[in-house]
Design a protein around this ligand. Sequence first.
Ligand code: PMP
Length: 579
Amino acid sequence: MTPFDPQLFRQQFPLLNNYENIDTESKGDKNPLVYFDNAATTQKPQQVIDIANHYYQVFNANVHRASHQLSSQATIAFENARNLTQKFINAKSVKEVIWTKGSTESINVITQSLARNILKQGDEIAICASEHHANIVPWQIVAKQTGAIIKVLPLSSSGHIDLKVIDKLINNKTKFVACAQISNVLGKINPIQTVINKAKSVGAISIIDGAQTVAHVAVDVQALDCDFYVFSAHKMYGPTGVGVLYGKQALLESMQPYQGGGEMIKNVSFEQGTSYNELPFKLEAGTPNIAGVVAFAETLEFIWPLLSDIDQGYSRYEKKLTQYCYQALVTIEQVEFIVDGVPDIPVIAFTINGHHNHDIAIALDSYGIAIRSGHHCAMPLMSYLHIDGCLRVSLAAYNTFTEVDIFITHLKSIVSEFEPEENHLENSHDETIAVNTSPEVKVTSEPKAAMDRIIELFVNTKSWDSRHREIMLLSRELLRLDKTLRSDVTLISGCESKAWLYATRSNDGTYSFTADSDAKIIRGLLVIVLAAFNHKSSQQIQSVNINQYFSTLGLMQHLSPSRGNGLIAIVDKIKTLSA
Ligand code: PMP
């Protein structure tokens, strides 16, 4: 095999080479995309994209059912992917490979088709403190359905499962042990072999979440001897909407499908009920993601040689890049890693002292640098570590040392440019920080004038970079809310960084809103939103065309309709309070 060449590797990913970061254009320079969000999903190589297109253009048909050639061709490609997957993870039989739409669905199949039938009141399920919600919520659902209890395995200071207490927490009451091999936040390889052996010793069923493993480490399910292993194609350069549920055949045989229809039946009758198909089809209801599965076979062809290369060029490159990025972060005084030590895969989580993680991530985005901030679908881990959220840089082997340098340079300048966040709540006696303690908010400005002023500020901004700057400047205008006004009642749910909204109604029927957030960027956006609604009557508030206003300001493409910065949630709350 030819030695791993990072440059050649990168060239295979069209998005990385074609993406034009026009909206981050600053002073005439285009910022190239620096994509450091690979733990969320990786980019796809040309050959994987081509195969999915090829399927649709050349042999699109449903699998298994029809007796025509096109369907046979699709079925052969589809089942070939299953054979390859069996070999890739070294499963004993092809019957042990079930297609799902991702790790999340794989875990839900286990909890609803197996755990639900086994668990009794008082039985225990052991999961780790650092699990992704996908390996927590399905267990909470089944625990509620059955009366089982969830036990949480703690972490050591390095972020690994703490083995000191597993004898106590995994005992003969434990029926299921479900752990991620690698957490999507901590990037440390957990001692899962010990966990699996411990589960076996008490007769518990072991489930390993390999979502973050498969792009970095070769997996051998027989060597691990776990009962189940789950992963998603899209985190290993493959398509979205394809996941794998590996399970030992005897356990899969014992499972009752929790979804019905499609290829999972043998016979359906109104009189005799339904009998189920053989494995693996029994647990695959409905038309599968055929294009995705076919493209996944190509993904395996792509990644397999890299993971099994005895020279380990790919893995060594990832390790060097991780080390380089970690050491560069160490040089920034304000960086605080959320656990000790360099991660085992290129996933590095940290906070920046004095700065809200959303402010940093959004500022980096204005230079075309994509990293993650927030809870990373691991809210219990955030509470375990006593943090609200953190930043996560997750690299792939197509990332370069130069990209790390760009990231670090911008991070340093952002950290030095932004004023560190003062804790206004603790310093509320300080005259320099204005704090709003009064429920009575005086009407001080004409609503129309307030909106016009904001529009004027944004009208000449050409890029997200400059709009971002304006938003950050506006954040200074927001009068901070006093601690007493930050409560569950004023909290805006749906806003990813915490935000609070307080409303008062004047005698003339107009409303005044005050609001606050820990993130500067949200405070800036709150100033923009409040300018549209403050000092208006209920009727005027309901008729504000907020989308048009955001669009005039050039903010629309930066406001994700689902979570993003939660502006929609703020607008909703304003409308509800004044309705
Ligand atoms: N487990 C872990 C450790 C993950 O990182 C993720 C995805 N972030 C999941 C489970 C869920 O994967 P999917 O969304 O592909 O189902």
